[in-house]
Design a protein around this ligand. Structure first.
Ligand code: GLN
Length: 204
């Protein structure tokens, strides 16, 4: 099995760990700088509160080492707040994450009434997958080389760029492993491209 490093400073990290363990992975909780230096094959940035996560990443000395891993091509999954951490631009405050994924996002893009909802939509290569949204961000702009993997009512909710997979919904909360399995099948920057090329991306 693979070893998955899960950012465990705040948010839904335990839920991700349970799911990846069920899929045969070993999980390492990333809580301090020494954890970020441990060997792991993949990185998971869970949902939660992105502004708090970014602050803690810096305070705990994990920002630079994790950024280096992402930039070096380690496969990374950003779920909800994790997607905000990866985004190059955050339209409405809270920027200053890794910024390695060339997309612009809008935080808390669904109004108060629609803060949380469940939907189902086509996901590149997987047909329909269930999607749970909790005060989710929206991808409002996708840069060159970004594959759009899923949309809800025309709005982008999943993207891939090389080694980086960003989803606005919570694949760890629905009883469907396919998005998590697709992430585990993603290689580094180059092989990730080959993997997703075989999937029929949902084009902008
Ligand atoms: N609203 C949160 C943020 O802006 C994200 C919500 C989530 O991760 N479920 O960081």
């Amino acid at each position: 099995g693979q070893t998955v490093g899960v950012l465990a400073v705040q948010g839904a990290f335990v839920e991700h760990e349970r799911r990846f363990e069920r899929l045969g992975c070993r999980c390492i909780e990333l809580r301090q700088a020494s954890d970020a230096a441990k060997p792991f094959d993949r990185l998971v940035l869970p949902g939660g509160e992105s502004t708090v996560q970014i602050k803690l990443l810096h305070e705990l000395g994990m920002f630079e080492p994790l950024l280096e891993r992402i930039a070096a091509g380690m496969p990374v999954l950003g779920t909800c707040a994790g997607l905000i951490l990866l985004a190059a631009r955050v339209g409405n405050g809270g920027a200053g994450g890794f910024g390695t994924l060339p997309v612009a996002v809008r935080r808390n893009a669904y109004g108060r009434q629609l803060g949380s909802f469940h939907a189902s939509a086509a996901f590149a290569g997987l047909e329909h997958v269930p999607m749970t949204f909790i005060r989710a961000p929206l991808v409002v702009e996708a840069g060159e080389g970004v594959d759009v993997l899923a949309r809800i009512d025309g709005s982008i909710v999943a993207v891939r760029y090389g080694n980086q997979l960003g989803v606005a919904f919570h694949p760890e909360l629905d009883d469907d492993d396919r998005v998590l399995e697709a992430f585990l099948a993603m290689g580094g920057a180059e092989s990730a491209r080959a993997f997703w090329k075989s999937a029929e991306a949902v084009r902008p």
